[in-house]
Design a binder for this molecule. Structure first.
Ligand code: ATP
Length: 254
């Protein structure tokens, strides 16, 4: 569903991704772990087309995100092509980024009406189903400011799902939350991962969550995936010393 092939990303002289290659299969939940500043968010930003590659290709499903076919040749993607592929991908951020001046219902219906062309009635039916799924049916008329961080993040998850993404990117979705609110958000994500066929690519420092929900965990360092294994293997018996020392450091901090 997602394929990075020899992707290079630089900021000035700083090479963040060094010919990075990996794949995520349809319906898989894959978690990226690795040291701060190693480029995990950059991978998600490339998929969101917030950044452009300096080399290599990215595919989402059967389509290239970075390129498009013209007269049998691959050429750089134009804005229209990027927008089309980008619609298949949703993202939930650390900061919930809800529209502050809209109530919860409108936060969920605005984009489906504008971008997917749904009628208001259709969008509202879908929004209500999603609010039930994230346990917030009673907050439909609330404004974001009236909700806890955990509730806002659950609205943000429902809002991403309202766009019917095939791929959902999660970037440190619990980092801005008080500890007692983390479990509720992670529980909702676990439920969605197990009941939908959405493909997930997740960046998190919540190792227990990564272990519970992931099909695979990729340890990322210095622009490369250095280890890629099911969570039981990676967390208990990693092959690489670098993975081992990273996990020790993270678990000592917890
Ligand atoms: N727009 C930018 N301009 C210049 N440098 C950038 C830009 N975005 C990211 N970087 C640099 O790229 C590197 C990778 O950043 P990135 O945010 O992807 O790391 P990360 O692994 O997600 O880190 P963290 O776990 O702390 O969020 C960092 O050194 C960062 O300073």
């Amino acid at each position: 569903m997602i394929r990075f092939d020899q992707v290079v990303k630089k900021f000035g002289d700083h090479v963040v991704l060094r010919e990075l290659s990996f794949t995520v299969r349809p319906g898989e939940f894959v978690t990226l772990i690795g040291p701060s500043g190693s480029g995990k968010t950059t991978i998600l930003r490339l998929l969101m087309t917030l950044e452009r590659v300096n080399g290599g290709t990215i595919q989402v499903g059967e389509e290239y995100l970075t390129h498009m076919e013209r007269k049998g040749k691959l050429v750089s993607a134009d804005e229209k092509h990027l927008r089309k592929v980008r619609k298949r991908i949703g993202m939930v951020f650390q900061q919930f980024n809800l529209f502050p001046n809209m109530n919860v219902l409108r936060n969920l219906t605005e984009a489906p009406i504008r971008s997917l062309g749904l009628s208001r009635d259709e969008a509202e039916v879908r929004a209500k189903e999603l609010l039930e799924m994230v346990g917030l049916s009673d907050k439909i008329d609330a404004h974001p400011m009236q909700l806890s961080g955990g509730q806002q993040q659950r609205v943000a998850i429902a809002r991403a799902l309202a766009m019917r993404p095939e791929v959902l990117l999660l970037d440190e979705v619990t980092s801005a939350l008080d500890p007692e609110l983390v479990a509720g958000v992670l529980g909702v994500l676990k439920e969605i991962a197990s009941t939908t066929d959405i493909t997930f690519l997740c960046v998190t420092h919540e190792m227990q969550f990564a272990q519970d929900v992931s099909d695979r965990v990729m340890m990322f360092d210095e622009g490369q995936v250095i280890e890629d294994a099911p969570p039981d293997k990676l967390f208990t018996n990693p092959d690489h010393e670098r993975t081992r020392s990273f996990l020790h450091a993270v678990l000592d901090r917890a």
